[in-house]
Design a protein around this ligand. Structure first.
Ligand code: URA
Length: 307
């Protein structure tokens, strides 16, 4: 089997695992864009796989094609069974479950508020969906990015485009899956680009300031043990004006009492394919794994080191 089809299979496995995770938590409906269904039916064209960018140095044994059993994080509280609370969100058919009914209800209320948000009228007018966040609200690890791009706006889920596929690959390389963590952005709406048919722009300071309360509340409710801030916008958005991502990455910061690891955005790794840059991000992730006391194999420790 070629490396490309290996990549494709791993992405499919990750998708299946994600869906199985949702199903095991009681989710019965998932919104899937027709484009996504078409993309799943066809292997990606050569050279277009974002995951390939993170693959070459990852020994396949470390990213098993069937990630089973998932190395899941230890539960935060007692594992005593608690009746899950379900809340169906009408437009995205997302069910939010948590071992804490109050937390699930508060998260549902927050989500509904964000989905109806029109505080930035220009973004409310241009968006297809509000991209609130994805994952488990009991996550011990949160990833925070910048803002939805075109793919995310269309599908209503953060990090599903090329950079997202690479983030998924990074998460899988830790032994976790997307459904074990929570992924959100500084901005919940795609920054508009009037007069342009394509392209992205970073959020303005005003947009950031308007939207950040949603993320703050998400973090306050989830209470992760660690946050990974992906790129300068995420770091600046959470920490305020900082030294810059190049100086900060790899050094623990604190956000509302929670350890925060700044690292490069996966989109940067798509632009700069140097092994040294991949290794930097991986070293940052290793620090996060250590903080969360996740098991780290010798192979994992060596990813992206010269042979
Ligand atoms: N880049 C981000 O920062 N967030 C997304 O959701 C997708 C791409």
């Amino acid at each position: 089997m070629s490396a490309m089809s290996d990549d494709y299979r791993q992405l499919l496995d990750a998708t299946i695992q994600h869906l199985e995770g949702l199903k095991s938590r009681g989710v019965r409906h998932v919104a899937v864009a027709p484009e996504t269904l078409r993309a799943l039916a066809l292997p990606p064209a050569a050279g277009k796989s974002a995951s390939a960018n993170f693959k070459p140095q990852i020994p396949t044994a470390a990213v098993p094609s069937k990630i089973e059993p998932t190395i899941s994080m230890p539960p935060k509280k007692s594992a005593a069974p608690v009746a899950p609370v379900k809340a169906v969100i009408p437009n995205l058919k997302v069910e939010i479950k948590s071992s804490s009914p109050e937390k699930a209800a508060a998260f549902t209320a927050l989500r509904e508020k964000a989905l109806a948000c029109i505080k930035c009228p220009h973004l409310a007018a241009s968006r297809t969906t509000v991209v609130f966040g994805v994952g488990t609200i009991d996550a011990q690890l949160m990833f925070v990015g910048e803002a939805p791009g075109a793919d995310e706006d269309e599908q209503g889920e953060p990090f599903v485009g090329r950079a997202g596929q690479l983030l998924t690959k990074i998460i899988l390389a830790t032994g976790l899956s997307r459904s074990d963590v929570y992924i959100a952005n500084i901005l919940k709406c795609r920054p508009d680009t009037p007069g342009q048919s394509a392209g992205n722009r970073p959020p303005t300071p005003e947009e950031r300031a308007t939207c950040i309360p949603y993320l703050q509340e998400q973090i306050d409710l989830i209470k992760p043990k660690a946050i990974v801030a992906l790129g300068a916008t995420a770091v600046d958005g959470l920490l305020g004006k900082t030294l810059g991502i190049t100086k900060l990455r790899g050094n623990w910061q604190t956000y509302r009492g929670i350890p925060l690891m700044p690292t490069y955005h996966p989109a940067y790794l798509l632009r700069n394919q140097a092994m040294s840059e991949k290794r930097k991000v991986w070293e940052d992730i290793l620090k996060v794994m250590e903080k969360l006391e996740l098991p780290i194999s010798t192979k994992q420790r060596k990813f992206f080191l010269p042979a």
